[in-house]
Design a protein around this ligand. Structure first.
Ligand code: DGL
Length: 264
């Protein structure tokens, strides 16, 4: 039965685990297979063609592992490759995009900040969404160059990280933002640091819960929900080192989890 198969999730690295955590909390009976393409991280500075090629590689591997649905837990891959993937593979895809719409609707200062990769901010999908929901607002877009590399290197609380974030957030603070949109699935891991730099009244939003809810809705609609009562099994593969992947997912207690190397 197809509904017993796993949900596939991929990202350029460890960041998509911020989305994966929301998914396994909302759907605890589902099995999942996570691919961290650490050997090719970061995606953010790569060309759209290269990002599409890497997304195809990850998709084919998850399909070969019999996944029933694929979550592209990477804004950069979603905004550059999801149309291609949906047009070429007969499996449901869930993507993640910066949450501009809720931020734009809720903003009182009419000024919002978006921190994302160059690949996301320069994509036509991002431009279309921004135009649609935020054309009346002051939107300060900042490329988070170097942030993904530091997260992958387990340097979240480092001096380099503080320095970079202070530089990236200052123009946003100067322009009185009241919402900061995290447009990269790695960035929720920066929230403790961001909170120390941002004024208290700035709300930080990411798309993790919305993606988990959408995953549940699409599984339900396609009759693919796993209806068993046992807890799911989770395997997380990296094609490079596994240490940071292990550490960031160790926060999830009492789940059946394995972290392993896989050449993909
Ligand atoms: N985590 C990814 C994203 O959401 C990609 C970051 C990167 O590899 O540059 O955009």
């Amino acid at each position: 039965m197809r509904n017993k198969e796993a949900i596939g999730v991929f990202d350029s690295g460890v960041g998509g685990t911020s989305i994966w955590k929301e998914i396994i909390r909302m759907l605890p009976n589902e099995d999942t297979i996570y691919l961290a393409d650490i050997a090719n991280a970061p995606y953010g500075e790569k060309s759209p063609e290269h990002i599409i090629d890497l997304s195809i590689k990850n998709t084919q591997r998850l399909i070969s592992l019999n996944c029933k649905l694929i979550v592209v837990a990477c804004n950069t891959a979603t905004t550059n490759a999801i149309d291609f993937l949906r047009n070429n593979y007969d499996i449901p895809f869930i993507g993640i995009e910066p949450a501009i719409k809720p931020a734009a609707l809720a903003s009182k200062s009419k000024s919002i900040g978006i921190l994302a990769t160059k690949g996301t901010l320069s994509s036509s999908l991002f431009h279309r969404t921004s135009e649609l929901y935020a054309s009346e607002l002051n939107v300060i877009e900042v490329v988070g160059k170097g942030l993904v590399e530091l997260i992958e290197a387990d340097k979240i609380e480092s001096t380099e990280m503080y320095k970079l974030l202070e530089d990236y957030l200052q123009p946003m603070i100067n322009q009185n933002i009241d919402y900061l949109v995290l447009g990269c699935s790695h960035y929720p891991y920066l929230i403790p640091v961001l909170r120390k730099i941002l004024p208290q009244d700035v709300t930080i939003i990411d798309s993790g819960q919305a993606v988990a809810l959408q995953t549940k809705n699409i599984l339900t609609k396609n009759n693919l929900l796993n209806t068993r009562e046992l807890l799911g099994n989770h395997i997380l593969y990296s094609n490079a080192n596994i240490e940071v992947l292990q550490k960031l997912t160790d926060t999830e207690k009492e789940i059946n989890k394995e972290v392993a190397f896989l050449d993909f």
